[in-house]
Design a protein around this ligand. Structure first.
Ligand code: HEM
Length: 334
């Protein structure tokens, strides 16, 4: 930038305007596809190979990495704040983040990247790229990940209240997504991430045993499915036992989760709530009907990719804001 500012001595106005524009761009910063293509051209392939290797070793990995990106973005934006573990009350210890995983894989990619291009690639970008790679490995859509995020310098448990809770009403869920700029349709699409992965029984007791405080179950659970859920997650049983979120299709990215929600086979309560509401129900129905009749209309998979790109833009820090961490679980020393 300085070199360009010194050049063009004859056209002083032109060079001043150019310098000003470049400085503004650097200050504001912007996400873009291929942000690292000059300064760390292997960045994306390094992340992909770490995700691939980890997923071969641990089949749960794609689901964990996808969830990690969502939880990172929903609290203070996609800034890697979820990765911090050495402050007094880190964001990641919040109730809503229970069961998160994939931290070691993000750090593994970071270590390799620091070896090749130190101080260039943010942890927030690694999380975003890993989530996309995870979706693809599960058979979901490929989408271009914009990069150029910088890492945040705040991690605070109290800020995690923005996270949706499994027992939130549909109005609260809609409100929490709206606060982050997402429509009802996007709430459905993003919840469709539950097409892969599992939940711990930890998140099930209210839905299965005490839905209205009268020892009852959520009436939206299909009567054929309730005994199965109860036998997998018995009252006072092992809260760490894990069951598929997308009954019968837990490792494959597909639209089975939408069929399950419609038919009372949703596993967690927040997914079931999506069929209680007129607007979100209509979104689910429209994707399911599409398969039968409307050709060439956007599919759940393609809309999922687009909405993940939008999620990845949430309150990002770019330009001169934030930092590029040296290790992903701690802030750089000032
Ligand atoms: C609508 C609000 C949401 C709620 C209340 C919610 C809640 C949950 C809960 C309770 C679990 C089980 C966690 C565990 O036991 O480890 C879970 C898992 C998961 N969530 Fe969500 N979630 C929501 C939205 C999302 C979104 C938007 C995404 C991604 C875009 C996502 C991706 C995942 C994935 C992939 C898993 C499986 C994780 C694993 O297998 O380890 N969720 N979610």
């Amino acid at each position: 930038m300085a070199a360009l500012c010194k050049r063009n001595p004859k056209s002083l106005i032109f060079s001043s305007v150019m310098c000003f524009l470049i400085q503004i761009t650097a200050l504001n910063g912007q996400l873009r596809v291929g942000f690292y293509s000059q300064r760390c051209h292997n960045a994306e392939s390094i992340v992909s190979s770490v995700v691939k290797e980890a997923s071969q070793r641990e089949p749960r990995m794609p689901a964990m990495l996808l969830r990690l990106h969502f939880h990172d973005c929903f609290v203070q934006g996609c800034d890697g704040s979820i990765l911090i573990d050495n402050v007094k009350e880190p964001e990641r210890n919040a109730f809503g983040h229970e069961g998160l995983g994939g931290f070691e894989e993000i750090q593994k990619a970071k270590t390799q990247l620091e070896g090749q291009c130190p101080g260039v690639v943010s942890c927030a970008d690694i999380v975003a790229l890993a989530a996309r790679d995870a979706v693809v490995l599960a058979g979901g859509p490929f989408y271009e990940v914009e990069t150029g995020r910088r890492d945040g310098r705040v991690s605070d448990l109290s800020l995690a209240a923005a996270m949706p809770d499994v027992d939130d009403s549909i109005d609260v869920l809609k409100g929490k997504f709206k606060n982050k700029g997402f429509t009802e349709k996007e709430l459905v699409i993003l919840s469709g991430a539950h097409t892969i992965g599992t939940t711990a029984c930890f998140f099930m007791p209210r839905r299965l045993y005490n839905f209205t405080g009268r020892s009852d179950a959520d009436p939206s659970i299909n009567s054929k499915f309730l005994p199965e859920l109860r036998s997998k997650c018995p009252k006072n049983g092992n809260i760490n036992f894990r069951i598929p979120l997308d009954n019968a299709s837990e490792r494959k990215f597909d639209d089975q989760i939408l069929h399950n929600i419609k038919n009372g086979f949703a596993v967690i309560a927040s997914d079931a709530r999506l069929y209680d509401d007129k607007i979100t129900r209509a979104v689910i129905d429209s994707y399911l009907q599409r398969n039968k009749s409307i050709r060439n209309s956007p599919s759940f998979a393609s809309d999922f990719g687009l909405t993940m790109i939008k999620l990845g833009r949430l309150d990002v820090k770019t330009g001169l804001v934030g930092e590029i961490r040296k290790v992903c679980n701690s802030f750089n020393k000032m």
